[in-house]
Design a protein around this ligand. Sequence first.
Ligand SMILES: Nc1ncnc2c1ncn2[C@@H]1O[C@H](COP(=O)(O)OP(=O)(O)OP(=O)(O)O)[C@@H](O)[C@H]1O
Length: 706
Amino acid sequence: MDAFALLTGGAKFDRRRYRKDIDAFNPKTVTAVAAYEAQLAATRRAGGQNAGEGELNGAAGSNGSGAKAKKRRCLATARHSSEVRDVDNGDADITLFARHRDGEVEDQDDSDFSQDNGHAGSLNCGESDEGSDYEAIKENAGSDGEGTNDSEEDGDEENHEEEEDEDLKESIKGDISTWDSEGEDGREDVVAMEARRNGTNTATTSGRLMGLGPLVDGVIPKVKTNDPFEEANLIRKALRIKVTGTDVPPPLKSFAELVTRYKVSRRLMAALRPAGFSSPTPIQRQAIPALMAGRELLAVAPTGSGKTLAFLIPLLAGLLALRARGDWPEGVKALVVSPTHELAAQQARVIKLLLPGTGLRACLLSKATATGSDFTKVDLLLANPLRLVNLVEEGKVALGQCRYVVLDEADKLFELGFVEQVDALLAVAQHHEVVRALFSATLPERVEDLARSVLQQPLRITVGMRNAAASNVRQRLQFVGREAGKLLALRQLLADGGLAPPVLVFVGSKERAKALHRELLYDGIHVDSITAGQPLSARNAAVENFRAGHTWVLIATDLIGRGMDFIGVNTVVNYDFPRSTADYVHRIGRTGRAGRTGDAVTFFTEEDAPCLRPIANQIKTAGGEVPDWMLALRRDKRVAKRRKLSERIGAAADFEVEEAQGGGNGQSKERVGARGPRSRGTALDAERKGKEGNRGARQGRVRGRS
Ligand SMILES: Nc1ncnc2c1ncn2[C@@H]1O[C@H](COP(=O)(O)OP(=O)(O)OP(=O)(O)O)[C@@H](O)[C@H]1O
């Protein structure tokens, strides 16, 4: 099947039908369809003429006539004259984007990560291991391995989605107050700090956050009370921090308090300001003191609100405190587990800012570091579950001395394909002082119940509304008729300037990513794609090129739907409808980060209609406009259920290894597939399937293993 057929569901494009569909919903689009079809034909012809010149040259050679064609060509060519011909630097689009890019897109070079002086604090990321480093997960991700509980589970998931939907509806009715911060004199908010970091003085330091609300704002209100308890509550209320649990430590008023209240090394704190972190975000204000006090945590805060630092600071501070009191055994003493290599690598970027001068040694687990490192010399390990489980089984990594275990994107890690490995890791990280924490922007109740079964008296910290999309992302839904309409709609938006680059486009599978990539190359757009099927070196390059602003449209699967901090992303396009509300929240959270604004466009077809309502509710909750009929849509449970099952298989496949490309990892798939049912640590898995007894019994069993 060729790329166009794949993207259009295999059917021949029926123009009349498409027009009819579009007409019913979006008359404006109809007028552009004819022009688009002409362009499509022109670019296809031009692409064909240039076929021998390599993909990018071929794309640039597609010199369609007319203003739109010129615009597309220019988008593709700025600053890439070596790769693409026909540079037209005089074009307004280029100037605009160049200015934006200079101002907002991070342009850091990670290539010099490896091996600093150990005494000064080091981060070992190993060499690039092309074609061999993947997160492998259970082969048969869509089934539970025992073929039993799928339907039951599906029922559960549906119910939970319904519940979440109801929650959201309630909140729509309620008053979602936007806190109007007056700020505190001399304090910088996140936006101002980022602006200063990037050399753009667009934001003020007065604490006025352009109406973005408090969720990512680092500024706390002036509180007039002498009662510390009341003060803590007032701060939490203003910042929409909710905490459940007992003996809750008060939120931080500033990073400086870490030195005065918690005796955190000044050296570590000194690294924060130059790195651009001058005042804590709300999740940092509450999660840092909680972890410093040794409390286990479930932490839920919006995408882009600074969760990474919320766990990295206490981990590093905790390690320094351990060392200061002479409790310094060999080996890994802090572990951060993430679902993808990309996310772990991103955490490594942040750690790299904080390590110098601490004498701590951190390691990003990859194939290279897995084989070449002495893990008795590693204090803090950043890892994906599978590779780490293998090392633990081989006896190369010991977690018995681990004092901190953080699960980032915890709800993903508790899904099929990961939960077995996470369980096995928790089962061996059983030091009597271990502190475990789960972080995510979304935490469904069923995951929370599961997590609570292995955590001890955890605090639950929620910033803003649970499971809701970031409020500073402008969201909209766009009806595209049927499958074929997506490509036309995307082309139209790109050509009309309806999508501000950098743009992240999410699709449902790696095959579709590849196909769309090929299609957009015809349009002369500087496009790239990233999926689990690519070699790690290609994935790293895709991420770095996007960060650096070299790639303007990045097509991705849900592999990078979570956690990735591309600070300058302006637009997210859900080309394929997200598999779940949580996926939607995470995907669109790749824009609108750290207090910025962003746009998210979600294409939907007739087939997506049964799953439309929860997303429509999300948009409505965030203050967006959605027609009433969408909110009133009834969910077709049968369709949703069927879809859910296939989507779960697909979701896991996003992270899956292709054995042929897995190099040295070829055996992993088989082993993990076998590991699930007979794993030492399957209490979580069993819990997930609802087969276990009461919580106490489960907890005893998990804790009993070591
Ligand atoms: N205290 C702070 N001051 C200024 N910028 C900050 C602060 N904390 C975090 N940031 C910036 O905010 C951005 C988002 O942070 P981070 O990636 O930790 O978000 P997150 O909450 O983990 O998002 P996600 O849920 O998508 O993973 C980053 O660019 C980070 O550098």
